[in-house]
Design a protein around this ligand. Sequence first.
Ligand SMILES: [Zn+2]
Length: 546
Amino acid sequence: MRCFQLASLFLFILTISHSCKQKTRVYLLVYNATIYTVDSSFSQAEAMAITNGKIVAIGKLADMQDFEAREKMDAGKKFICPGFIDAHAHFFNYGIGLQEANLVGTNSWVDIVDTLSQFSKQNPEGWLVGRGWDQNDWPTKEFPTKEKLDELFPDRPVFLVRVDGHAAIANQKALNIAGVRAGDKIAGGDILTKGRQLTGVLIDNAVDLVESKIPPPSDGQTIDALHDGEANCFAAGLTTIDDCGLNYREVNFIDKLQKDGKLKMRLFVMLSDNKANYDYAFTKGKIKTDRLNVSSFKVYADGALGSRGACLLQPYADKPGWYGFLLSPKEHFDSVARVIYEHGWQMCTHAIGDSGNRMILETYGKYLKEKNDRRWRIEHAQVVNENDFRLFAIYSIIPSVQPTHATSDMYWAADRLGPERVKGAYAYQQLLKENNWIPLGTDFPVEDISPLKTFYAAVFRKDAKGFPAAGFQTENALTRQQALRGMTSWAAKANFEEQEKGSLEVRKFADFVILDQDLLKVADADVLKTKVISTFVGGEKVYSSK
Ligand SMILES: [Zn+2]
């Protein structure tokens, strides 16, 4: 009896003490969701507790009883995954581009001239700058010439950049300002002429002759541009973007905006390959805040395949004797690899052609020597010779690829490369196998900003029109899990940020996106109909579709 009383008393005390136990206050509790955590075992959860911008608990709703939330959010059985990370884009220039004439999707030269005329009426002063044309989408598929631009805009400089940024057309007024004349030569570039007259078309390094003369936007215009860009990116579910190649002045501008709370996007910024940036970087050191990471350099090995600037081991299939070219002498890549290595920074090099890729793989290998954790990246790794894939594993070199490039280029890639060589192009599954992880991106504004298109192109190897029905070179498709990892945890790893983001785990940033469909299960025809319901950065709602 006495024993029973003691036991009841003990039970009573236990109950009291349990019910009086202080609950931990948290800022937000999200529940009633299917959460893909994208952790190492790809586990699922149904609720998470968030405070101070970070996840403090994630699991079943029953596991959340110790928390008292200031705000509770019923996710309505929808799907949550980590905020998308675009491992290769041009965020700053995308924002600036939103203030320029948008030529993406134009399907003829006449169409472009019409678009520009409209734009010029709304923007009556200064340079007329446009971006996004692609002659491969036109009936003629030939580069345009500038006569019509000279006729319509004799007194206003006009500069229209091709979709890949590796070619542009300028009118005479713009060419005069830049001092470009017929017969001029430039290393790593080309100034096109027809019968000793300038056509206005500039390739690779020649693009910069005119582009560098465009007056920079004011601070106010830049802030507007970044806000417009950020709003679109949040609506697409992006929470971190790798901006591949900025100067330190732009970095400082971004850093200040972020510190003032005026820019919420998290950015991983690669510094462009020029002396001023190296001096700045090696004096000041790496920058790492919650929203900004500057610890890498972006170098260009060659141009793009579309404009035949990519450097190939054998001539182009559709231009006999033409190999494309490197944008700098080999010694340049060697010397920058050495200083970047010595200072412990990360090197990220654009390489498209199989010759460009081989040269960079070998240059990296000279300094990396063996397996390592430097995570030096090759951006695009687009056409790789069959014998060179193994070098990615030998030197732990990370291919950073853009699945929508495959489905944009598939219409003409075999023309440029021929039926055999194209098999080693856009070979994402084969590249993935080398290190067992691969970051994905878009290269926007070259491609659309949508991570859903990246997912769709990576998994189904089709473009947004669902073409081709059977998929393009599907032996190199990724699985749904691999694609989602590529857009989240593997992208974070490519940025040395896997401890803080890329998966939804305790102590990581509460950067996540709520989707109306299950990307792991939805039918392929419905993937692109998926809607982003809301986007959160550090637990703060930065986009809502309502
Ligand atoms: Zn790029």
